[in-house]
Design a protein around this ligand. Structure first.
Ligand SMILES: [Fe+2]
Length: 254
């Protein structure tokens, strides 16, 4: 009798585990569809051609990932139905805020788009990584190999974005900073305006050259060092992204 009860509990646990697996699959299905809608706008507002192409490529990848999920639903004999996941609402609001707060055709906007895109990538990497473990635990090897393909694509996209941040954003951002410094000289008589422009902006770029910014510059360097130390033992993906984020911060700290 006890053995039967134990088996029944174990079956119940497995059923709940399977149910959660299906819920998570439907959640990432919703996320992928939302990403597909968001990518054209991100591409339109990207400044560098490299970033525009990266977003365009990711649209193709996302379509494939949606098809993979549909195949998984078919294999599992469940409806290919998405379950609303709030995460993309948050990221969409972040993109809108970035577009309001940065200039058209600016490198700062590209840097912001890269950060948001990598935040989305990290969410997807964590989700596909978790789903892969669920599939393996449930001996669902067919789905596991499809999930692994998507996971590898997300990791590759994350690395590509890091490369763009390092290769294409830094130097041009520095030039943009110089232009802004020149503008600041011309607007020296309009101090209130200049103060307003710099106050509280997450994309503040004038860390160099102004004695008043020395303290900020030191803080940025210290935060960057702490960030690099914290991520030094992480996964290759996290290390890669930390490198990209650090490259952008380093540029600001110059
Ligand atoms: Fe994706």
């Amino acid at each position: 009798m006890k053995a039967v009860k134990k088996q029944s509990n174990s079956n119940k646990g497995e059923q709940e585990f399977e149910k959660l697996y299906h819920t998570l699959l439907k959640g990432i299905f919703h996320t992928e569809q939302a990403i597909l809608k968001a990518l054209p706008e991100m591409r339109t507002h990207a400044t560098t051609q490299e970033l525009q192409e990266a977003f365009e490529d990711h649209e193709i990848v996302t379509r494939k990932q949606i098809m993979r999920l549909e195949r998984i639903f078919k294999t599992l004999n469940i409806d290919a139905k998405s379950e609303k996941c709030e995460i993309m609402d948050t990221y969409s609001k972040m993109v809108q805020k970035l577009l309001r707060e940065t200039k058209d055709h600016s490198m700062v906007r590209d840097a912001g788009l890269i950060v948001i895109a990598q935040q989305i990538e990290h969410y997807e990497i964590a989700t596909y990584g978790g789903l892969l473990q669920f599939a393996l635990a449930l001996n669902d090897h067919k789905s596991a190999s499809l999930l692994e393909e998507s996971l590898e694509e997300e990791e590759q996209t994350d690395m590509d974005l890091t490369e763009i941040a390092e290769r294409d954003i830094n130097l041009e951002s520095a030039e943009e900073e110089e232009e802004e410094e020149d503008d600041d000289q011309e607007d020296a008589n309009d101090k209130n305006d200049a103060d307003h422009k710099n106050e509280g902006s997450p994309y503040r770029t004038d860390y160099s050259g102004n004695p008043a910014d020395t303290e900020d510059s030191e803080k940025v360097k210290k935060n960057q060092k702490n960030f690099e130390e914290r991520t030094a033992t992480g996964s290759p993906t996290l290390k890669s992204s930390a490198k990209g984020a650090a490259a952008i911060s380093k540029n600001k700290a110059k």
